[in-house]
Design a protein around this ligand. Structure first.
Ligand SMILES: [Ca+2]
Ligand SMILES: [Ca+2]
Ligand SMILES: [Ca+2]
Length: 189
C-alpha cells in the first residue's frame, strides 16, 4: 500500500491550525504538554481508573518520540490523523493505542480494559452487551488463528469486516465532541 502512513500538518487547514496553535500555546506556554496538562487540556477530570489508564495510553501514543511530553507537532499529527486519516491509518493507530504493553498483539485483557474505558468516557455503560460479552464476541470473530491475541492484520481485517466493532473503534477516539467542547469554551470565555 506504499508509504501513505505519514500524516502531516498539511492535513489541517491553515486557519484551523492557527486555532489549535493558539489553544495549545495558551494552555501550554512551554510548548510541551505533560500528562497532567494533557488531561486538563481536554477537560478530563474525575475519571475512573480505567478511563485514566486509557488517557495515559493515549498520551503515550501521541508522544511519538517518547520524551514524556507532547509537543505541538506531535499534537497536530495525532489530531490530524484522528480526525482526517484514512480508515487503515486510523486502525493502525488504534492498534498501537490498544496494545498497552507494546508487544505487537492485543490480548483479551487489553481489549476488555479499552472497551471499559471507552464506555466510561463516553458514558455508554448501559448497553445490552456487557464489556466482557462484547470483548469475547469480538475475539471470537476476529481472532482468526485462535491464539487468543489479535495481530495487527487480524485487527485491521476484523474491524473492516465487523461494522459494529468498527463503529466502536471509530467512536472510541472520536475527538469531535472534545473539539466542540474546546470551541465552545473559546467562545464563552
Ligand atoms: Ca514528545
Ligand atoms: Ca499487547
Ligand atoms: Ca490471533
Amino acid at each position: 500500500m506504499g508509504n501513505s502512513s505519514g500524516c502531516t500538518v498539511d492535513d489541517l487547514q491553515a486557519v484551523e491550525m492557527h486555532l489549535w496553535y493558539k489553544k495549545f500555546m495558551t494552555e501550554c506556554p512551554s510548548g510541551q504538554l505533560t500528562l497532567h496538562e494533557f488531561k486538563q487540556f481536554f477537560g478530563l477530570r474525575g475519571l475512573d481508573s480505567e478511563a485514566n489508564a486509557y488517557i495515559e495510553q493515549m498520551f503515550r501514543t501521541f508522544d511519538m518520540n517518547k520524551d514524556g511530553t507532547i509537543d505541538f507537532m506531535e499534537y497536530v499529527a495525532a489530531l490530524s490523523l484522528v480526525m482526517r486519516g484514512k480508515i487503515e491509518q486510523k486502525l493502525r493507530w488504534y492498534f498501537k493505542l490498544y496494545d498497552v504493553d507494546g508487544n505487537g498483539c492485543i490480548d483479551r485483557h487489553e481489549l476488555l480494559n479499552i472497551i471499559k474505558a471507552i464506555r466510561a468516557i463516553n458514558g455508554t455503560e448501559s448497553q445490552e452487551l456487557s464489556a466482557e460479552e462484547f470483548t469475547n464476541r469480538v475475539f471470537d470473530k476476529i481472532d482468526i488463528n485462535g491464539d487468543g491475541e489479535l495481530s495487527l492484520e487480524e485487527f485491521v481485517e476484523g474491524s473492516r469486516n465487523d461494522q459494529e466493532f468498527m463503529d466502536v473503534m471509530m467512536n472510541s477516539l472520536d475527538l469531535s465532541h472534545i473539539v466542540t467542547m474546546i470551541h465552545n469554551r473559546r467562545h464563552s470565555v
